[in-house]
Design a binder for this molecule. Sequence first.
Ligand code: GAP
Length: 435
Amino acid sequence: MTEVTLDTISNLAKKRGFVFQSSEIYGGLKSAYDYGPLGVELLRNVKTEWWRTMVQERSDIVGLDSAVLQARQVWQASGHEEVFTDPMVECRNCNSRHRLDKLDDPDRCPTCGKTGEFTEPRQFNLMFRTHMGPVDSDENMVYLRPETAQGIFINFENVRRTNRLKLPFGIAQIGKSFRNEITPGQFVFRTREFEQMEMEFFCRPGEDGEWFQYWVDRRFQWYIDLGMSPDNMRLRHHDTDELSHYSTGTADVEYLFPWGWDELEGIANRTDFDLRQHSEHSGEDLRYFDQENNERFFPYVIEPAAGATRTTFAFLIDGYTEEMVNDETRVVMKLHHRLAPYKIAVLPLSKKPELIEPAERVAAELRRKWMIELDVTQSIGRRYRRQDEIGTPFCVTIDFESLEDQAATVRDRDTMAQERVSMGGLADYLGAKLT
Ligand code: GAP
């Protein structure tokens, strides 16, 4: 197994165009990132795979895309305005601020190294504030959502009624969330703007324990099905004192990041907390009516909550591989075919028009089905190296022989095996290989 450092992966991400620092030409905005041409494809593929297994392939889950800006009462009812806080301390010596619960030594400043200089901890609310409309008054203050989940709870009745849903059922959403983290860091692991993939699964009280276990198992397996190494994954149940204010039980899917085990996704039993709170605060009855038993009750909720950007990062780390080939190090990003930004690279051996023309024809045909890169620059060896590093599963090389036999060489990223395939049969051949 290849040891990956944070620097190796963030340098590769920048060099190859996966991720750039936000506002880089102005010195960079801390803790916000832009996803480049490769990063946006990888991130989209992660989200597509999540949506495919969580919505498309299920008869009991539907999707939603709710607004980032919601009424302030949403966050008062959900408890976020009061308790969505982290304990913050400030160093009197160097004025740096830290999240107390994340410090290795709660007395020692990690920035200047001094001990005993911290102020008393104060609870810092993580929600970003802005104003709606032209006047910056308290009445116009709104929060940027810190989780996508509340957009689902406040639409519970809209979605249930319009889709005639019966328990148990789920509502899924992917979207941006914002948290004014005290100590963002580790590249895109903890940022102030990020994307979440969350699903609220509504069930009968009493059936929540079973559904909790079901979703823990399902979500753990999702990463493995997409090629993540089980050796780098573990499940960790929260101790009672670390549970969020809404949860009676949470299990985290953790990944072995370069700095140690850390959270990828949390699966929580939110009970009927949110629907009950929103009913009380809004005056709308959000109970479910069970026709068979003629009774009304608040459903319980099991919530698998994953980070799309964090998961994308974990797949990059997990895929990064160094191999020795002919005494040289080959870097290969062993991404699952479904996640790879480009599925195929079409590489004419030279820039001569007689090779460019068939290469463009082949690329145009394959592009109808897959993301393709047509790369004509540099030596073929360097081009293979680039495609290996960005995780392209197959390279198709058009050479001078192709003009005679109407065939191309297909090179497999992982085995480096090469096979001659007729140009007319490439789409079928690659279609059978791409999983
Ligand atoms: N609705 C529940 C909820 O938001 P969470 O554990 O706070 O739970 C869910 O967040 C997931 O969102 C995390 O497991 C993580 O993958 C991602 N996430 C949370 N904060 C993040 C941040 N600052 N940067 C990147 N991803 C984050």
